[in-house]
Design a protein around this ligand. Structure first.
Ligand SMILES: NC(=O)c1ccc[n+]([C@@H]2O[C@H](COP(=O)([O-])OP(=O)(O)OC[C@H]3O[C@@H](n4cnc5c(N)ncnc54)[C@H](O)[C@@H]3O)[C@@H](O)[C@H]2O)c1
Length: 313
């Protein structure tokens, strides 16, 4: 029975995941290596909860209750001593993760589940140095974790059945849509699909087929509009598999098949144009517009999540 959770690493993903647990009623201990990171996380959580209040999703009282359920510490033993479930959201560096798991196995209760938010490591690699691999699982959230419903769940041969079941139940209890993979493949499901689309989008841009904004619009106003409710496989069923056979047979030969990141991305990275974090990527941003755009993005996602919840029940 999971009653208390801990989140290790309070950065981009960790703070959002801690917020989710707290809003769903779980006491959550948030850990980071320095107090300054925790302070940043507290501010991000408070700001985001305020946005949920502003959008009418939660009340001011539930915001306060959620904040009251969170504690933060730079002492790992204190963070995990009572936890039944630990979400690990530290940087994607395997040695750092191994070092942390070794400590967690010593400091946490023997049956506490350890769930990594890794984007790229196979679970067998994450667990290879563990003395208790049966309690290791991957719960892969999407950014912003507070808002995107999907959590991909990956187990390995040694992950105990009750660990998988409890993890799926917990993800549902915090309002997520868990998908359990039957095989551990690089990129899991969603990032593979996203990378396939992004490769073609940048290819079309490089070929001069359309401006970046029009390619983005072709997705958000086209397939992306459908995908929020109807996935690509069901879309093919709706369109007719005979038609989809012809479409794929005709288009597959002309789609981009490069095996590395698009040149345009590489050129931007070489120049230090990394996107919103440097003020320039494919598009240009001033400081004000970045703050505004991120807020707008969160408002749109909050409204979409609320609509999906209402529609899908
Ligand atoms: N950013 C994304 O879009 C995204 C999406 C899905 C999954 N992920 C995965 O989530 C994990 C975290 O990514 P992020 O983007 O939140 O990173 P981040 O750099 O924003 O946050 C990592 C946090 O961990 C802290 N940290 C560093 N070493 C630590 C240690 N030894 N113990 C505890 N905390 C430590 C850092 O101070 C930082 O606050 C990674 O595995 C990443 O691949 C990221």
């Amino acid at each position: 029975m999971i009653t208390k959770v801990a989140v290790i690493g309070s950065g981009v993903m960790g703070h959002g995941i801690a917020q989710l647990y707290a809003l769903a009623g779980y006491p959550v201990a948030m850990y980071d290596v320095e107090e300054k990171y925790l302070q940043k996380a507290w501010k991000a959580i408070a700001d985001h909860l305020s946005l949920l209040v502003q959008e009418g999703i939660i009340t001011e009282a539930s915001k306060q209750q959620a904040l009251n359920r969170i504690t933060s510490t730079t002492d790992l033993a204190i963070a995990v001593q009572e936890a039944d479930f630990i979400t690990e959201a530290i940087p994607e560096v395997i040695e750092m993760k191994w070092e942390l798991y070794e400590k967690l196995e010593r400091l946490a209760k023997p049956n506490t589940i350890i769930a990594s938010n890794t984007s790229t490591f196979p679970i067998a690699r994450l667990a290879e140095k563990m003395a208790t691999p049966h309690r290791m699982i991957i719960t892969h959230f999407f950014n912003p974790a507070q808002l995107v419903p999907l959590v991909e769940i990956v187990r390995h041969e040694q992950t105990a059945g009750d660990v998988v079941e409890a993890t799926i139940e917990l993800m549902k209890a915090i309002g997520k849509s868990p998908v359990l993979l039957k095989k551990d493949v690089p990129g899991f499901i969603a990032n593979r699909l996203q990378a396939a689309l992004a490769r073609e989008a940048f290819f079309l841009m490089e070929q001069g087929v359309a401006e970046a904004a029009d390619i983005d619009l072709a997705v958000t106003a086209g397939p992306g509009f459908r995908w929020s409710f109807i996935g690509p496989i069901e879309t093919a069923d709706f369109g007719g598999l005979d038609t989809w056979k012809r479409v794929i047979d005709n288009l597959a030969p002309v789609l981009d098949k490069s095996e590395r990141a698009p040149d345009v991305i590489e050129r931007c990275v070489d120049k230090g144009d990394l996107g919103t974090k440097t003020g320039k990527g494919i598009y240009a941003y001033d400081e004000q517009s970045v703050v505004q755009k991120l807020r707008e993005r969160d408002e749109f996602f909050i409204r979409l999540a609320a609509m999906k919840k209402r529609t899908e029940g």
